[in-house]
Ligand binder design. Structure first.
Ligand code: FE
Ligand code: FE
Ligand code: ZN
Length: 278
């Protein structure tokens, strides 16, 4: 069965997200572990998490793909901001243990004129402080579009980060279809080639999740503007090939498309209808 869902609001708690996912036809989902702009996280209600975990087990939910606040910049030139990123990251990992064994995805950050090598050093430093051998959560680096000075615009940059992390077995990658397209990887005409390149540079065993988005812009534009499935430059047929690709088809797929609930339910149903039973 296709593992698919969308990004849900976490404001009502875990059980509410589980019920919303079911309502939309999803069997996984993404959520922000705290306000996406950072700031203090709401206390976790263990009873709410307990109800959610029973529901997720009954309904055979796939692995969840939590998302770090997108304002975190682990490679900022400002030491205070790097410190904030580190503390938030560590606190989020502690929160993730309420729902053991899921994924926590984050944007590597922007090096802002310091150069990519300095950026990568700061990112690995943060990961080496925040990750612990005991955690059950796998931390995912997201492939980025290369907007501004974003780190993670190529598979090579992600590989460099992975190489610097001590708790290497706690690390994976989340491939965002809009971002890799905007970064210049041709998943429309040569999906096999892009998957082979990922395997050569990073290794497919690191690939844990996919953000399934169309893109408003042409390949290599470095823009990062998501479009609804079939309404962008990638197009429906290319995204159908993504969900059915032998190296990708068993991963959780998360929609981050500009939609309301009805729109997400429609995209989930559409992708399910195009998933090949094997
Ligand atoms: Fe993201
Ligand atoms: Fe994404
Ligand atoms: Zn994006």
């Amino acid at each position: 069965m296709l593992k698919i869902g969308n990004h849900l609001s976490s404001s009502g708690g875990y059980e509410a997200m589980g019920k919303k996912a079911l309502e939309l036809g999803a069997n996984t989902f993404a959520f922000f572990t705290r306000n996406p702009r950072g700031g203090k996280a709401k206390a976790i209600d263990p009873e709410d998490v307990g109800r959610f975990r029973r529901l997720a087990e009954e309904q055979e939910f796939a692995t969840l793909v939590a998302h770090a606040p997108y304002t975190l910049n682990p490679c900022s030139a400002d030491e205070g901001l790097r410190e904030f990123a580190k503390n938030t990251f560590a606190d989020d990992l502690a929160r993730m243990e309420y729902t053991p064994g899921n994924y926590y995805n984050f944007h590597p950050g922007s090096h802002v004129k310091q150069g990519v090598d300095v950026g990568i050093r700061y990112i690995t430093q943060m990961l080496n402080v925040a990750l612990t051998p005991q955690q059950t959560t796998i931390v995912l680096l997201e492939t980025m579009s290369g907007k501004g000075s974003e780190v993670g615009r190529s598979f090579e940059e992600l590989r460099q980060i992975l190489d610097g992390v001590q708790c290497s077995d706690k690390m994976g990658v989340c491939l965002d279809t809009c971002h890799v397209w905007d970064a210049g990887y041709d998943i429309v005409k040569d999906l096999d080639g892009v998957v082979a390149e990922f395997d050569r540079v990073i290794g497919l065993e690191r690939l844990k999740a996919v953000h399934l988005n169309d893109s408003m812009n042409p390949m290599g534009s470095h823009k990062d503007r998501h479009a609804r499935i079939g309404e962008g430059e990638i197009g429906l047929e290319a995204l159908v090939r993504v969900i059915n690709h032998p190296a990708l088809r068993d991963l959780p797929f998360i929609l981050e498309t500009p939609n309301d609930d009805a729109g997400y339910a429609g995209e989930i149903a559409l992708m399910r209808s195009r998933y090949e039973q094997r």
